[in-house]
Design a protein around this ligand. Structure first.
Ligand code: MN
Length: 353
């Protein structure tokens, strides 16, 4: 597979040779032979997760000729942007908290189990496949097969390359969904590489690029803008060898806030959201490229999550975690405590690298 590095997990006694052609053959066989498949997206599924899942489902639908097939896409929530793309493409996905698991379960654009809501015990009865571009986490140990390419700017690009390897040219609406995911995850092509442009050239036949940009345009809603302003006004700055670390908290939009804080000048940001009602703590972290060369935020958040009894992961420059919020604890204290843990673990990694 051209730009995509493919890894295969041999934990479950699968000793097939570790090459991409082989994985494509295995994947094709699964699509052809399995009648019960679930494509699972991470919570608040973004256009990359949704586009990749739509692409994979199309492959399964096309290759499987059975009349009794049950092929679904599921997420516990989808982003506003994804919702409007789905409407425009006339595609539908199931939105449920804990989906009924199929014989084959694909995790799409999802690097760890905390990004989905599934019955972990029941997963053991399913064949598990991961298609993703985030840093690998423990989830990999559950997989029978995986295609993970951390260098790919989007999961949609990986899926497009699967189409190319299988010699299948997708119809216009599927290509539109894939293009939306690619353009979204590359931040309107800012993070695109040579392979991305090659993939776009292959996908875009008969599609207007302006249409893709239009589908990805959305007014920033008021609650998000207010969250940004609150995150900035509550921000605490700490300095470490000329690296400016910003710590803050909001009740929602923590990812967007962390991103905004780096865009206005911080080197690293950690933004916590405590959701008392859901008994959940979420932390989002962002950093500049220069920092990510010393500290990979994805593995940093995985480490911090372990300290907080939660799960985390992500990219070198953008990552997050979820942990449990214990009932009865003071919210302000919890915020202070988790931000100190973030700072402490970051400091250790930053100084030692
Ligand atoms: Mn993605």
């Amino acid at each position: 597979m051209c730009e995509t590095k493919i890894n295969e997990n041999n934990n479950k006694g699968n000793n097939d040779s570790n090459n991409s052609e082989n994985i494509i053959i295995q994947l094709k066989k699964i699509f052809r032979d399995e009648n019960d498949i679930l494509f699972l997206c991470h919570h608040n599924a973004d256009p990359d997760a949704v586009g990749a899942a739509i692409g994979l489902k199309y492959l399964a639908d096309t290759l499987n000729k059975s009349k009794n097939k049950n092929i679904r896409i599921s997420a516990n929530s989808v982003s506003k942007l994804s919702k409007s793309i789905l409407e425009d493409l006339n595609e539908d996905i199931e939105i449920v908290y804990s989906p009924k698991l199929s014989k084959v379960v694909f995790f799409v654009d999802t690097s760890s189990l905390n990004q989905v809501s599934v019955d972990e015990n029941k997963l053991k009865d399913s064949k598990i496949i991961l298609i993703d571009h985030h840093r690998k986490t423990d989830l990999i140990n559950l997989c029978d097969l995986y295609i993970v390419n951390e260098k790919s700017p989007s999961t949609c690009e990986i899926v497009s390359n699967i189409f190319r390897e299988m010699n299948i040219y997708p119809p216009k609406n599927i290509r539109t969904a894939l293009l939306c995911g690619i353009v979204y995850d590359t931040k309107h092509l800012k993070l695109a590489n040579e392979g991305t442009f090659n993939t776009i050239a292959w996908l875009i036949k008969g599609i207007s690029f302006q249409k893709i940009l239009y589908l990805l345009t959305q007014e920033s809603d008021e609650s998000k803008r207010i969250a940004h302003l609150k995150a900035c006004s509550r921000m605490e700055l700490r300095e470490l060898n000329k690296c400016i670390i910003a710590l803050s908290h909001v009740s929602s939009h923590e990812a967007s806030c962390a991103k905004t804080i780096v865009s206005i000048g911080a080197d690293v940001s950690f933004v916590v959201a405590v959701r008392k009602k859901d008994r959940e703590i979420r932390i989002s972290a962002r950093c500049r490229k220069s920092i990510s060369k010393k500290v990979h935020l994805g593995s940093l958040m995985e480490k911090i999550a372990k300290k907080l009894g939660g799960k985390g992961g992500g990219h070198a420059e953008a990552a997050g975690l979820n942990a449990k919020y214990e009932k009865g604890r003071n919210k302000e204290e919890v915020i202070k405590e988790v931000l100190n843990v973030c700072y402490g673990v970051f400091k250790e990694e930053y100084i030692n690298n």
